[in-house]
Ligand binder design. Structure first.
Ligand SMILES: O=C(O)C(=O)C[C@]1(C(=O)O)C=C[C@@H](O)C=C1
Length: 231
């Protein structure tokens, strides 16, 4: 749908849902909605919009192209983090270190907590999301170790350095994931639609990053905190 048509649809939707309920001079659109409609003929055609309130669902509809794009990027980046778990698994398989490293998990979650205010996310949202990314990464590592134990021919030939090579790459993804999680947040207001968008984003990420079954399973887990459960 073209931008102009989308704006017209959004404007019509806003009118339909808000006009019957608003009679106050203080009624106004949420500021997050205005940039979406500003400068469009749709807004000019319906000046009354500037003085009517929007229900949250209408705001979500108007804001959703950007939020949906963020969700797609979030799914792709979460998939890329899971592919980095292969490197972690290779490093640990080679030197026999345990998959779970609680000290590293604590350091990562502390760093997430300090980055949260910059991303504008609630502590609970960001930390929970990262706990699940860690769990999904461990799922991949365990799966690969099991595979490599029974199939020596599939073992990695290279041993990456965890501290100097792999963890810095994981760390670079952290602020980007938090930013995208924040940008996709408006979609949470409509759980069923959020889940549908998430499924599409996950499937697109699965094919663009060519995930195998193990990684697809892990990605499904990794994305569970993004949307509230549908009723
Ligand atoms: O850095 C590691 O040692 C990892 O295994 C990666 C990771 C993560 O996903 O960030 C996963 C499991 C560990 O317990 C700690 C962190």
């Amino acid at each position: 749908m073209s931008l102009a048509r989308r704006a017209t649809t959004a404007a019509a939707l806003l009118l339909a849902v808000t006009l019957p309920t608003c009679g106050l001079p203080t009624c106004g659109l949420a500021t997050s909605t205005l940039p979406v409609l500003a400068g469009t003929s749709a807004l000019a055609a319906v000046p009354a919009l500037a003085a009517v309130p929007a229900r949250p669902s209408a705001i979500v509809n108007a804001a959703s192209p950007a939020a949906r794009q963020a969700m797609s990027e979030l799914a792709e980046l979460a998939a890329r983090r899971l592919l980095l778990a292969d490197e972690v698994a290779a490093a640990k398989y080679a030197d026999g270190s345990p998959i779970t490293d609680l000290e590293r998990e604590r350091a990562l979650l502390d760093s997430v907590a300090t980055q949260l205010s910059e991303a504008g996310l609630l502590r609970q949202t960001g930390v929970r999301f990262f706990r699940v990314q860690i769990a999904a990464g461990k799922l991949v590592q365990r799966g690969l170790h099991a595979r490599w134990r029974i199939r020596p021919d599939l073992r990695p030939s290279r041993q990456p350095d965890l501290a100097t090579e792999v963890r810095p790459r994981l760390d670079r993804l952290t602020p980007q994931l938090l930013r995208l999680l924040k940008q996709a947040e408006p979609l949470r207001a409509t759980p069923a639609r959020c889940q549908a968008d998430l499924t599409r984003a996950r499937q697109a990420a699965e094919s663009s990053t060519r995930l195998d079954r193990l990684h697809r399973h892990a990605l499904e887990l990794a994305l569970t905190p993004v949307c509230p459960p549908s009723p």
